[in-house]
Design a protein around this ligand. Structure first.
Ligand SMILES: [Zn+2]
Length: 177
């Protein structure tokens, strides 16, 4: 199911077979004690808002090629989740951002590369110039009320809807004051 699952033991090069270990069937070495534990990846997304508009990236690659998503990517070793969001925003959109707050951590089930935990950070732009990075076909700000129909990843759709509702509720309060 995952593309990073080993076929041979990384310790002794013996063949792995499926065996029940600690409550789950896991690839386990027939010759030594090695067991492969599947673990979700860690990823971060930058939900960049600028006066009611959200920054989205049109994906150049699968999965969800051609759909729009938040700038996001896998966390590197030595990087905090917030730093990952800031770096991905810069790499994919050219925009420098600051993190305002953590919105949520959501489990990603619809990424065929690997399931993962996505830490989504609300961010504000601090500078830079809009330009698509290597992974993006296009980058653009969209009014929260008029985002593209094709949004990649279920988590992105959930977060977009939540942010739109929060923004509209906040705006409503300001208008009544
Ligand atoms: Zn082995």
């Amino acid at each position: 199911m995952w593309n990073d699952e080993p076929v041979f033991c990384p310790k002794c090069a013996g063949r792995l077979r499926s065996r029940r270990v600690e409550g789950r069937v896991r690839p386990s070495c027939a010759s030594c004690t090695y067991v492969f534990f599947r673990m979700p990846a860690s990823a971060s997304a930058a939900v960049v808002l600028d006066r009611g508009a959200v920054l989205l990236v049109k994906r150049r690659n699968e999965p969800y090629r051609g759909a729009w998503t938040f700038p996001a990517g896998y966390q590197e070793v030595g990087e905090t989740p917030a730093e990952t969001a800031i770096r991905e925003a810069r790499e994919e959109t050219g925009i420098r951002v600051a993190v305002t707050r953590l919105l949520d951590v959501l489990y990603t089930r619809d990424d065929p590369r690997k399931p993962g935990n996505l830490a989504a950070f609300l961010c504000r732009p601090r500078g830079g110039r809009l330009r698509a990075g290597d992974d993006a076909e296009e980058v653009a700000y969209f009014p929260l009320r008029a985002v593209p129909r094709e949004i990649g990843f279920r988590n992105n759709r959930i977060l977009l809807e939540r942010v739109r509702r929060e923004f509209e509720a906040g705006n409503g309060r300001r208008r009544t004051r």
